[in-house]
Write a new protein. Structure first.
Length: 109
């Protein structure tokens, strides 16, 4: 079965797309009292990248620390702590937005 969207192997292209989707569908911040260090669209895009790289939260933080281009695409001034990503995923899922863990597709070629 074909896919209606082109697939990418580029983490930068995926980051741009995930950020665009997040900006279109999420508020900038989860609370008016939050520190506003990271936007919800940024955190959403990082969580999408985490699934793309098939890594854990600490691994994703390390990748962001190592990959300046990825930080620039996401507009990050600094790298979030891994617990920030864990809590963001919990909040996004609680709000009705599910970011499933990666599982291999049985229909993959």
């Amino acid at each position: 079965m074909g896919t209606s969207r082109p697939m990418t192997k580029s983490p930068l292209a995926l980051a741009r797309e995930a950020l665009t989707v997040g900006e279109a569908g999420l508020p900038l911040y989860g609370s008016v009292r939050s520190r506003h260090d990271f936007t919800l669209p940024q955190l959403f895009a990082i969580l999408v990248l985490r699934e793309f790289f098939k890594t854990d939260y600490r691994g994703m933080v390390q990748l962001l620390d190592d990959l300046r281009d990825l930080r620039e695409v996401l507009g990050l001034k600094r790298v979030p702590h891994f617990t920030t990503l864990q809590k963001a995923k919990q909040r996004l899922e609680k709000g009705g937005l599910s970011i499933p863990s990666w599982t291999p597709s049985s229909s993959a070629p």
